[in-house]
Design a protein around this ligand. Structure first.
Ligand SMILES: NC(=O)c1ccc[n+]([C@@H]2O[C@H](COP(=O)([O-])OP(=O)(O)OC[C@H]3O[C@@H](n4cnc5c(N)ncnc54)[C@H](OP(=O)(O)O)[C@@H]3O)[C@@H](O)[C@H]2O)c1
Length: 179
């Protein structure tokens, strides 16, 4: 099977790509460094050519709702449109576990972006071709959100039931929830 992974160099993508290759799949590793920009749409359709599955694990780290909505709406649309150009191509989307009220929270604007991402894929990709996964937060997120100032580390206060990113590909069988 040929699989295009958008966000191939990220925390999740960098784990996924070698695992897929080990299982014998041909992987197109897509990210801005490879000339693919899911926000502008540059190279997105080309990277999808001939793939049976497109995986969306791109990300922009922000708590700003408008930035998150802008990033995920443009990015999701360009990947969904690339899938639509090739009838029969499936799309696997990595989303994140959140309660509905989190998508309204001004403090956690990123969840508004994720909610938008889910809505766009549900609207543009036929039911039978869409695999939407919500993984629980990863331990790696603490590092991403830690503010470093010299020898000091300001660690965010969060209540999450986290898992390691290496567990996330099977998280739907554990604590993540497929939707
Ligand atoms: N962190 C968590 O705890 C957690 C838990 C569950 C689900 N998730 C979800 O998992 C997904 C992946 O998260 P992650 O933490 O692995 O992301 P990440 O480490 O921030 O990596 C983001 C990836 O997206 C690529 N990217 C960013 N902007 C791009 C653009 N405009 N065009 C093309 N590629 C772009 C980056 O590559 P370049 O910079 O090279 O382009 C990189 O490969 C996200 O949707 C996130 O919401 C995260």
């Amino acid at each position: 099977m040929q699989i295009t992974v958008y966000g191939a160099t990220g925390t999740f993508g960098a784990q996924l790509v070698p695992q897929l290759r080990e299982r014998g799949h041909t992987v197109i590793a897509a990210h801005r460094g490879s000339g693919v920009d899911t926000v502008t749409g540059q190279g997105v359709a080309e990277a999808a050519e001939g793939s049976d599955v497109l995986v969306d694990c791109v990300n922009q780290v922000t708590m700003n709702a408008q930035k998150a909505i802008d990033f995920f709406s443009r990015s999701s649309r360009s990947i969904a449109e690339a899938a639509a150009e090739q009838p029969g191509t499936s799309v696997a989307v990595l989303s994140i576990a959140f309660r509905p009220e989190a998508a309204e929270s001004r403090m956690m604007g990123c969840y508004q972006g994720k909610a938008m991402q889910e809505r766009i894929f549900r609207r543009l990709v036929p039911d039978g071709q869409l695999l939407m996964f919500r993984s629980a937060q990863w331990f790696e997120l603490v590092d991403t959100m830690t503010v470093k100032a010299g020898p000091l580390r300001f660690v965010p206060k969060m209540r999450v039931q986290a898992l390691a990113v290496t567990e996330a590909d099977s998280s739907h069988r554990h604590r993540g929830c497929p939707t």
